[in-house]
Design a protein around this ligand. Structure first.
Ligand SMILES: Cc1cc2nc3c(=O)[nH]c(=O)nc-3n(C[C@H](O)[C@H](O)[C@H](O)COP(=O)(O)OP(=O)(O)OC[C@H]3O[C@@H](n4cnc5c(N)ncnc54)[C@H](O)[C@@H]3O)c2cc1C
Length: 295
């Protein structure tokens, strides 16, 4: 383990490079009041660039081994989003692969990690809806496992370290996943990101999980819409009618520098509809074409 003293000031005066999760946990316990973990540091850099105060100690996780795998059903917390976007392109897991492909630009994705996106806790995080739609389990150092929904609703404990994320839909027949993002320009933060994970038999939806980020103050599952489409067919007409009956609503739409709440209210329905239709069109075995993940 190295500790480096920096002179830059903005990103912390001390950079620690633990080689195991336990070393990282010990450093967090020692400095937690004045420390931040760093996966790729891209979210931290972004906050520092906006003038937010940074802690004195940065605990970089990049030297820890064996937690960057990208497999159907298991992704290490230290996997870069560049690796995640090159992951499985079929089945339910496709939702996560497509989500990573539309997060920031390629240079940021080369550094940014899955764990960092999940832990950042900001409303526009693009990968989080896929984890919610996959009903993912978050593995923490020390052996504790918590549902991704709980991490989003309650946040992480100060010293919690995410080591990997798993889901149980790997190789399950009939499942299809997709993610669709709307942003003003290619590399901008999201105006709305929707991940859909569906099981279909013929043209009928038999199970559905839908989650969004950037529409509300935090990513959420749209359970009412999920229930409404089970038993429906996946024609555009049916999905359009159902979303008119059960609109994306109930919470205050987000108002930020990317879009007003009024704009988000208008695009929420079409965005969710297109994401459902995309997951249905791709089916369990289809491969998304370039641009499919963007509205
Ligand atoms: C130019 C630019 C554009 C961006 N565009 C997007 C975008 O379009 N969509 C989007 O979603 N994000 C975007 N981001 C934000 C950021 O890149 C992503 O959220 C990224 O996934 C963060 O990952 P990271 O590894 O760099 O996190 P870091 O910055 O290293 O960490 C972020 C937070 O997570 C915590 N953390 C990191 N790893 C762990 C872990 N294993 N366990 C527990 N806590 C941990 C850190 O302590 C910190 O609080 C952008 C950032 C920049 C600079």
């Amino acid at each position: 383990m190295f500790t480096i003293q920096t002179h830059a000031g903005r990103m912390g005066r001390w950079v620690h490079t633990p080689e195991t999760w336990q070393e990282a946990a010990d450093l967090m316990a020692e400095h937690s009041v004045d420390a931040a973990l760093s996966g790729g540091s891209t979210y931290l850099m972004w906050r520092a660039a906006k003038g937010e105060p940074m802690p004195d100690h940065l605990i970089s996780l990049h030297r820890i081994r064996d937690h960057d795998e990208v497999l159907d059903g298991s992704v290490g917390a230290l996997a870069t989003l560049r690796r995640v976007e090159r992951g499985p392109v079929t089945g339910a897991h496709r939702a996560l692969t497509m989500a990573a492909s539309v997060t920031a630009g390629p240079s940021v994705r080369t550094l940014a990690t899955l764990g960092g996106n999940l832990a950042s806790g900001f409303p526009n995080a693009d990968v989080v809806p896929a984890l919610l739609a996959l009903d993912a389990t978050v593995h923490l150092h020390g052996g504790r496992q918590v549902p991704a929904t709980e991490v989003i609703e309650k946040g992480l404990g100060t010293n919690d370290l995410i080591t990997r994320v798993t889901h149980d839909l790997a190789g399950q027949a009939g499942w299809s996943g997709a993610t669709l993002k709307l942003s003003r320009r290619g590399m901008d933060l999201s105006v709305g990101t929707v991940s859909v994970v569906l099981r279909t038999e013929g043209a009928e939806v038999t199970d559905a999980r839908i989650a969004v980020s950037a529409l509300f103050d935090r990513p959420v599952r749209l359970t009412t819409i999920e229930h409404s489409i089970v038993g429906a067919d996946t024609s555009e007409e049916t999905i359009r009618e159902l979303l008119e009956l059960v609109p994306v609503a109930g919470k205050r739409f987000l108002d930020d520098q990317e879009a007003t709440s009024g704009y988000r209210r208008r695009i929420a329905g079409p965005l969710v509809r297109k994401a459902i239709l995309l997951a249905a069109r791709l089916g369990p075995d289809g491969t998304p074409a370039t641009g499919d993940a963007r509205m």
